[in-house]
Design a protein around this ligand. Structure first.
Ligand code: MN
Length: 712
């Protein structure tokens, strides 16, 4: 099959699919041949012999021609100058989607290191949204295993063989492709344990020839018995595979000599009823081995496999395994999902070869396309698609499994909480993206960090993993504690100054016991939190000092909670004037801070407002405040919305806002480009959560390009 001619392939397909579009097949063939021109395989053969071989393997499975074309093109995007756009232009979006799927799987394969086999199996399944992607991948792996001896390095051969056993064999089994499964098993076994395989094969050979009970003998005896009962059965027998015997030896911890059932027989009868009749006859003639009978006809396996299995003490007085099934069941067992392709043998209907004429598979693809019925799909086929998880990679190729909906920030925290905390930017598949970007299967995520960066409180609104959430909260608590300490220190220093005393750490330390505290930081924190007033401290240190009583509301030994002012903000001293920052429009529910402004009282800002940075060197101006639990009045919020310049986009945006109970009070066009425009939009909302709801809704709107809180 070293010929680079399309004819043998076309002939092979036409044998089962007369309506094959030979022109289309030939174009794909030529495209791939030209793309791979000049490349060679490890064997020295032209590279294109590989895609051809993969196509032939699939043609043997009688798959549809889209799958064959995909097989021919499966390496062009990864290994040649050709792009997925070129494939799409030449062969249409469907083929491009399939080729893209196989390409993505190939990239993952290169990064995998067998450590997380289960996760990789899940990933491969999740990414093979169209089952045909998986079929091409299995055929690809089969051919690579057939030619594995050409790979020079033993460690590389072993890595590929292990990956085959841990990932592709279980997947082949899952979709019922027994043929792929057995071949992959045997070839991987030959790479990993060549001596063991050799000795099992030799032993098998001896066992079957030594004794008189050669396989053909038993076949004809079984055939004769069934014939006498008037049944037209096809009986065939084989030695079990070396790999399956080795597995059994491992599992039961027995020696080769002790294994008695090394032969398997298959009886194929025309009908369902005759399967059960055959079973009855065999059980009458031969003793059955208890516990080995399985009826996969009444209860098919999850991959649709149907057959009756039993084990009898056969004509040779040894255990033999017998499988009983109809020709149709046999088809399914050999070809798995591919057995469900039905070709119209007659008719010139072009659409018949569109790749969608097969029914069962068509249903499967449709079900997968439709997220709403994904659950239903799982129920019916039990082919787990891991809809709840998303699989991403670090640039080094380590796999990170996250719940679906997880964002880039979740990814950063999943690597390490320090990475999460210092994360300033994200690259997904090489492109800069927003931190809140929801990740997709197979995304490669690079986290950009800065040593002095800090997590943003707003992240809490979009992260989904418990790890990111708890790390964020812990960080915010610590950060808040730091702020309390800073503020308390400032307040205490001020109080010392006003009393005409010099603050000294030693002096302050001496009063810790009085308040039952461990360290100076604890004292500062309690002052900052307004649990102890600075005057309390002075009073303890200088009992004769005459202090004014006006700020004694926190009084008492260890202080008490501050009185709640009438405003919906906690942490204010009574009688202080309060107004909201016009720069950042703080909302109930958000973290806020008060800045003492001369002659104005306190201005309330969001903690992330750009305008408060200039006060960072003046901690005595900072007042720690927070919203009361419940507020009833609406508050004004400002967000910047960028829309695609399309008919109806503005209407769609305003509808989305009002549908969520937001009241637009002002819209102002702030930037305009040929395809986008940006609005500063004032919305009345009840609190931060409400605004967040609206922003989430807007982000899911197809016209909306971006939505951001206005910060200054
Ligand atoms: Mn390949």
């Amino acid at each position: 099959m070293t010929t680079l001619d399309v004819k043998p392939l076309a002939d092979r397909i036409r044998a089962y699919n007369p309506s094959l579009d030979v022109g289309f097949l030939t174009r794909a063939f030529d495209f791939a041949r030209d793309a791979h021109d000049g490349q060679t395989r490890a064997s020295g053969a032209p590279y294109f012999t590989h895609p051809i071989a993969v196509a032939h393997i699939l043609a043997d499975m009688h798959v549809d021609s889209s799958t064959i074309v995909t097989a021919l093109l499966h390496d062009v995007v990864e290994d040649t100058e050709a792009t997925i756009e070129m494939v799409s232009d030449a062969f249409g979006a469907d083929i491009a989607r399939l080729v893209d799927g196989v390409t993505k799987l190939t990239r993952i394969e290169m990064q995998s290191d067998n450590k997380q086999a289960e996760n990789f199996r899940k990933l491969v399944l999740a990414m093979s949204e169209d089952i045909r992607v998986l079929l091409v991948k299995l055929a690809d792996r089969t051919h690579n295993m057939r030619t594995i001896d050409f790979i020079g390095r033993a460690d590389k051969r072993e890595r590929i063989a292990k990956e085959t056993l841990s990932i592709f064999v279980p997947l082949a089994e899952r979709v019922g492709m027994t043929r792929f499964q057995h071949e992959l098993e045997d070839r991987a076994f030959a790479v990993l344990h060549p001596d063991m395989r050799e000795s099992i094969l030799t032993r098998l050979h001896n066992l079957s020839s030594q004794s008189e009970d050669a396989i053909s003998h038993i076949c004809s005896e079984l055939n004769g018995i069934l014939w006498q009962e008037g049944m037209d059965a096809g009986v065939s027998g084989r030695l079990k595979s070396a790999y399956s015997i080795w597995r059994k030896m491992q599992k039961k911890k027995v020696e080769m000599e002790e294994l008695s059932d090394i032969m398997a027989f298959r009886v194929i009868v025309p009908t369902y009823e005759e399967c059960y009749r055959t079973l009855g006859i065999l059980h009458q003639k031969f003793p059955m081995v208890m516990g080995r009978f399985k009826d996969y006809i009444s209860t098919p396996k999850q991959n649709h496999y149907q057959s009756i299995h039993t084990c009898i003490i056969g004509p040779n007085k040894k255990r033999i395994e017998v499988q009983i099934r109809t020709p149709e069941m046999h088809e399914v067992s050999e070809r798995g999902v591919a057995a469900h392709w039905n070709y119209k043998s007659k008719g010139s209907d072009k659409a018949a070869d569109s790749g969608r004429q097969y029914n069962w598979l068509n249903d499967l693809v449709q079900v997968l396309d439709n997220a709403e019925t994904a659950e239903e799909f799982l129920e019916h086929t039990e082919m787990e698609m891991y809809t709840g998880e998303v699989f991403c990679f670090t640039p080094k190729g380590d796999l990170i499994v996250l719940p679906k909906g997880a964002t880039a920030v979740d990814f950063a925290y999943a690597i390490h909480s320090k990475i999460g905390e210092t994360c300033t930017g994200i690259k997904i598949n090489g492109k800069r993206r927003q931190l809140a970007t929801v990740l997709n299967n197979g995304d490669q995520v690079a986290v950009i960090t800065a040593p002095d960066a800090m997590p943003h409180p707003e992240w809490e609104n979009f992260v989904v993993t418990g790890r990111a959430k708890s790390s964020l909260r812990r960080f915010m608590r610590l950060e808040q504690q730091k702020q309390f300490i800073q503020l308390g220190q400032g307040l205490l220093r001020k109080a010392f100054r006003q009393a005409g005393k010099k603050p000294s750490p030693k002096k302050v330390q001496s009063c810790l016991q009085h308040f039952g505290l461990q360290g100076v930081d604890d004292l500062h924190a309690q002052i900052g939190e307004n649990l102890i007033s600075p005057e309390d401290v002075l009073r303890v240190l200088y009992p004769d000092l005459d202090l004014p009583k006006i700020t004694a509301e926190g009084g008492g030994k260890s202080g008490g909670k501050a009185k709640k002012p009438s405003l919906n903000i906690k942490g204010l001293k009574p009688g202080m004037a309060v107004h909201h920052g016009r720069c950042c429009h703080p909302l109930p529910g958000e973290r806020i801070v008060g800045i003492i402004t001369t002659g104005k009282g306190i201005t309330v800002h969001r903690v992330d407002c750009n305008n408060i940075e200039k006060f960072s060197a003046m901690p005595e101006l900072w007042v720690d405040i927070e919203w009361q639990d419940k507020t009833t009045t609406l508050v004004n919020a400002q967000i910047e919305i960028t829309l695609t310049n399309k008919a109806g986009s503005l209407a769609s945006m305003t509808r989305a806002i009002s549908d969520d109970g937001g009241n637009i009070t002002n819209i102002q066009l702030t930037a305009r480009a040929p395809d986008f425009f940006t609005f500063m939009t004032d919305i009345e909302v009840s609190d931060a959560r409400h605004l967040q709801l609206i922003m989430v809704e807007l982000r899911s709107n197809p016209f909306v390009e971006s939505v951001e809180r206005a910060k200054s």
